[in-house]
Design a protein around this ligand. Structure first.
Ligand SMILES: [Zn+2]
Length: 432
């Protein structure tokens, strides 16, 4: 069974109202362009929908910012989440991504800590401070702390305790950073294994104490530990970065992770639409669970809002076969966008008691059919949506979608209208 279903978001991309200005389509580490009321409204809609439709939790990166109400707004969202029966999890970078307070004057914002203690910065191989400009619509430079410095470890753990004492969260998703790691002499000495843009040794070093700090305040908190990797072994001598496989020392490091937490893996390169490497590895035993997270239906590595229910079925089937029992996809856009709506509903359905084998046909008949005018139409919707990759057939596909819309009413018609619009964007661009 799939036991944990998460939607993953950055605050600046999250738009659950059907129409609002100033929202990013994708990216990381952007400014938040709205007001406190926007932030609370968008996430309240998201959390309530999840509660009504069987999604267990929502991860929020950028949860704490002065620009959208800081602690008070986050507390308000915790109330909404509790009422909805949904876990609200803060995304927390332990050495990067701003730590527990993403942006503002708080002492728990990593940028403020490093500005006060510049000697505690992570270092690049050339000895300069590690301030990284990420590619991919991520304009704010990322400041990194050295994990080997005891002052930083203490700051990190105190920050997590402060977070859990101050904001009644269900838990956290923690990361050590995937935008290159500290290369100072202390870190090099500490790590037995090579690094890429990430370090398995840093994960093993930090995840135990970080989880214990969270549990010291809330023993039942959900803790998700990101690995940035898929579980398939890599034995060609390379040291994979984000989305790559697991080098020979990865599982020794995972063995040091705290057992009460969830391990999160990257599914992008072991499932459709890419799956360039096989997936034969069983999930490591003994943890709260193992979550496969995929960049489906997002402009990261793909197309935003794309209908991905077939790919998600394959991901769920493979996860079930290998003992992975959690799934996570991007959840930043409103189900007004029918691609997102279908993907979220598929996430809720696959591996549930209603669909234990994550069967696509079952989902189309029981869940998508009533939304789209019947099972046959649901199957046709997916076929036409997939033609996005076949330029010669796009125009005909959009015409067929308009035809279905004209025969239906209300939200059923709207969903076909969305498909016609979605497909026609590429036809328009191809003609330009
Ligand atoms: Zn260091």
């Amino acid at each position: 069974m799939i036991n944990l279903r998460l939607l993953w978001t950055w605050d600046h991309c999250t738009q659950w109202t059907a129409a609002r200005a100033g929202v990013h389509d994708w990216g990381a580490s952007n400014e938040f362009s709205g007001y406190t009321g926007d932030f609370i409204r968008e996430y309240s809609l998201l959390l309530r929908w999840c509660g009504q439709h069987g999604i267990d939790g929502v991860v929020v990166w950028g949860l704490l910012r002065d620009g959208h109400g800081g602690v008070e707004a986050a507390k308000r969202l915790c109330e909404v989440a509790d009422t909805a029966g949904v876990k609200l999890l803060a995304g927390v970078g332990l050495n990067a991504y701003g730590s527990v307070y993403y942006e503002g004057s708080s002492e728990w914002s990593l940028n403020n800590h490093l500005s006060k203690h510049p000697e505690l910065y992570a270092l690049r191989p050339d000895g300069e401070r590690h301030i990284h400009q990420m590619p991919g619509n991520a304009p704010q430079p990322m400041h990194h702390a050295c994990p080997s410095r005891p002052e930083n470890m203490e700051y990190c753990l105190e920050g997590l305790r402060w977070l859990m004492e101050t904001v009644p969260l269900a838990g956290v998703q923690i990361e050590t950073g995937d935008t290159h790691v500290c290369e100072c002499p202390l870190c090099r000495e500490r790590r037995p294994n090579p690094v890429s843009a990430l370090s398995w040794d840093d994960m093993a070093f930090l995840y135990g104490p970080a989880a214990e700090a969270v549990w010291s305040v809330r023993p039942d908190a959900t803790v998700v530990m990101e690995t940035y990797s898929h579980p398939e072994p890599v034995t060609d001598g390379t040291v994979p970065g984000f989305g790559g496989g697991s080098p020979p020392w990865a599982m020794q490091c995972v063995d040091q992770f705290p057992r009460g937490a969830y391990v999160q893996w990257v599914a992008d390169n072991v499932t459709a639409p890419r799956n360039p490497v096989p997936w034969t590895t069983q999930a490591p035993a003994g943890f709260a669970g193992n979550i496969m997270r995929a960049h489906l239906a997002t402009w990261w590595m793909g197309r935003g809002d794309e209908v991905a229910v077939d790919w998600l079925a394959l991901l769920a089937q493979k996860s079930l076969a290998q003992g992975f029992d959690g799934l996570s996809i991007f959840g930043d856009k409103s189900p007004f966008r029918t691609g997102c709506e279908l993907n979220y509903l598929a996430l809720a359905d696959y591996g549930s008691p209603a669909n234990p084998d994550a069967d696509l046909a079952s989902f189309l008949a029981r869940v998508a059919g009533p939304l789209l005018g019947g099972t046959e139409r649901a199957t046709e919707f997916l076929r036409l949506a997939r033609l996005i990759a076949v330029p010669d057939e796009l125009e005909t596909a959009a015409t067929q979608a308009r035809h279905h819309a004209a025969q239906l009413n209300g939200r059923q018609a709207d969903r076909w209208t969305w498909l016609a619009w979605y497909l026609s964007r590429w036809t328009y661009d191809a003609q330009g």
